[in-house]
Design a protein around this ligand. Structure first.
Ligand SMILES: [Zn+2]
Length: 294
């Protein structure tokens, strides 16, 4: 019995936990937060949010595009861009080998997927980072693809949406990664000057070089609930200031209270609100007004 109170009932799992039952691969997933076993289909229908504990599981860039566009229909563009590995970098592994493994795992060229499709019938460009490809880190390819997405928006005068899910700049490309911060920021500046709407969505995590560049430059910044948002990690900051950090530090709600984020949403609400915003921007531009409430 140990310290367990006698009156506590054993909770019945949604799916049998009996390991002797063979479950075909891909049918069931385990929640990373509460360990509940869930049907993959049920989890996917729930935007990959655990129905039991509400944990938002990280999703791929392709999942994001499917969630955001009308009827999950979109056209991918800017495929086939590969890094030249400018530093010929290796640490415990060769960078080229890390890239090969990530490409095999994700079926992506690099950690970013660009797509064009419609939201509420209005054409929109989406550039989504993919955490499953080397932590969604921004190297020369990711920076180039985000910039090209912004340039496509500018050329076609249609809104840009970026989805950040990244640990920051890609250390294997050193200064070439850091230069992407200036490049993507400059592209966002061009959108602003041309009056083309840019909405930035921050998934968990949105940190370091990505957050310090295009991700924080949206006309509207939407954060997924409980997403980690910031530059340096909390441990580094706590060591630097030599003190304790406030509760909820660098989480979505904390960032909203401190003015870094405009809206914090449950993942299921993001496509709903995004569509309203796109309609508001697009239709008000057509009518020359901006008096539609969100
Ligand atoms: Zn859960």
């Amino acid at each position: 019995m140990g310290n367990k109170p006698w009156y506590k009932k054993e909770r019945k799992p949604l799916i049998a936990q009996d390991n002797s039952i063979e479950i075909p691969p891909g049918l069931v997933e385990t929640c990373k937060n509460c360990n509940e076993r869930l049907y993959t289909k049920q989890l996917a229908e729930n935007y990959w949010v655990c129905p039991k504990c509400d944990h938002h599981h990280r999703i791929t860039s392709r999942n994001w595009l499917e969630i955001l566009f009308d009827n999950s229909e979109f056209e991918v563009f800017d495929q086939g861009i590969y890094t030249t590995n400018p530093l010929k970098f290796y640490d415990s592994k060769n960078y080229v080998d890390r890239l090969d493994a990530a490409r095999k795992k994700t079926q992506l060229d690099d950690a970013c997927l660009n797509g064009i499709g419609k939201m509420n019938g209005h054409p929109v460009v989406v550039s989504a980072l993919d955490f499953f490809f080397l932590g969604g880190s921004m190297g020369s390819v990711v920076g180039e693809k985000v910039t090209r997405a912004a340039e496509k928006s500018l050329k076609e005068k249609i809104p840009l949406v970026t989805v950040s899910c990244s640990g920051g700049a890609r250390m294997q490309e050193g200064m070439f990664s850091l230069m992407q911060m200036a490049k993507t920021s400059h592209a966002c500046g061009k959108l602003r000057r041309a009056g083309v709407p840019f909405i930035s969505i921050l998934a968990d995590p949105s940190t370091a070089g990505v957050m310090a560049s295009f991700a924080s430059l949206g006309d509207i910044i939407i954060a997924e609930q409980n997403a980690l948002i910031g530059f340096a990690g909390p441990r580094v900051i706590a060591q630097t200031i030599g003190g304790e950090l406030p509760e909820g530090f660098q989480r979505a709600n904390f960032c909203k209270e401190h003015g870094m984020v405009d809206i914090v949403l449950h993942r299921s609400q993001i496509p709903v609100i995004l569509r309203r915003l796109i309609s508001m921007f697009t239709e008000s531009a057509d009518q020359g007004t901006n008096h539609i409430s969100v």
